[in-house]
Design a protein around this ligand. Structure first.
Ligand code: GLU
Length: 343
């Protein structure tokens, strides 16, 4: 499929199978689903299991089951009923594979194209060296940008390091200048790659493809033109836009939604095990109650009544979302559980 070939909205749900889905994931996926479906668009499900150390097939099967339980569907992607017990999922749709661990050929081809464009280079810096170079505890989105040390190595220096057995990651030296985009919630964004860590890795030194490359290649080749995801991922967006541009793909629209946090303002994560959809389900909480609460938080369910995702479609609008992160207080969680039958 060629990106941007029609005006049909194509959104995506892109879970990483590194744990069970919790309320925060459900919130982000519901918003992405509502945004695509309320525009009459299609939904693509993509399993982002690119990191072999963190991904587990049993989480993948559980995530697909939990999304279905919540009431979400997708037009393309893995078919939940076909996987499990180590079996690979069968898939539906013309842009497969929809499971990143099976997409290596696409990523290798993208690396080859980046190499041909002259913007790829091996980086031999160790974590320790990076820390020292940056003069900061670590290089990350908010820290000092990578200073480009290995970009300036001569071919002879590179060859010497390779001969000495130093392992390299591959970094991209992206275009200079601002990667401007209009966030549909946050307005115009004007970030430079330097503001987001500078030259970034597209392949780790152990050969595993980096998240930025996998997402950009898959959004591009799957013709995704609407991305709705948590605001924590916003610093990745300029890097993904840079890659999409270099690889010749159309840039999707982006909306970075507020995060769900616990009562202390901590972003929901795996350690909030009691807020995993599985745990709530085991307590007898109905999916309609979860969706009703999340739709209320999204500003589209004033009465807070339980509902199926499809019932909120008519009212859904990104503009109704709050701008700030949301704290889930005890009363909100009680409202989920109050109506649950005693286990
Ligand atoms: N797979 C990523 C995650 O679960 C989301 C990536 C994206 O939406 O671009 O955090």
């Amino acid at each position: 499929m060629s990106a941007g070939s029609s005006s049909l909205v194509r959104g995506r749900l892109a879970p990483s199978p590194t744990g069970f889905l919790h309320l925060g994931n459900a919130w982000a996926f519901l918003l992405a689903w509502w945004a695509a479906r309320s525009a009459g668009g299609q939904v693509v499900l993509r399993l982002e299991d690119i990191d072999p150390q963190r991904s587990r097939p049993e989480y993948a099967a559980a995530i697909l089951e939990d999304l279905r339980w919540l009431g979400l569907d997708w037009d393309e992607g893995p078919l939940p009923e076909t996987g499990g017990e180590g079996a690979q999922f069968a898939e539906r749709g013309p842009c497969g594979p929809y499971v990143q661990s099976r997409c290596t050929a696409f990523y290798t081809e993208a690396l080859r194209r980046l190499e041909a464009l002259g913007c790829l280079y091996p980086c031999f810096c160790t974590r320790k060296e990076l820390r020292a170079l940056a003069g900061a505890p670590h290089i990350d989105d908010a820290g000092a940008p990578y200073p480009g040390t290995c970009r300036r190595l001569t071919p002879a220096e590179r060859a010497a390091r390779q001969r000495a057995g130093h392992r390299a990651c591959l970094r991209v030296h992206g275009p200079d200048g601002v990667m401007a985009f209009d966030d549909q919630l946050r307005g115009p964004q004007r970030l430079r790659l330097e503001d987001c860590g500078g030259d970034f890795a597209v392949q780790r030194s152990d050969g595993v493809v980096a998240y930025q490359l996998a997402v950009a290649v898959d959004d591009g080749r799957m013709g995704i033109n609407q991305v709705v995801r948590g605001r924590d991922i916003l610093p990745s967006t300029p890097r993904q836009i840079a890659l999409l541009r270099l690889l010749g793909y159309t840039i999707p629209t982006y909306a970075h939604v507020p995060l769900l946090c616990d009562a202390d303002g901590e972003r929901l994560a795996k350690r909030h095990a009691s807020l995993a959809l599985r745990s709530l389900r085991a307590e007898g909480v109905a999916p309609e109650r979860i969706v009703g609460l999340l739709a209320w938080l999204a500003g589209v369910n004033p009465s807070r009544r339980p509902l199926r995702p499809v019932e909120a479609l008519r009212h859904f609008h990104l503009d109704a979302l709050p701008g700030d992160d949301i704290r889930l207080d005890a009363a909100m969680l009680d409202s989920l559980r109050r109506a649950a039958p005693n286990p």
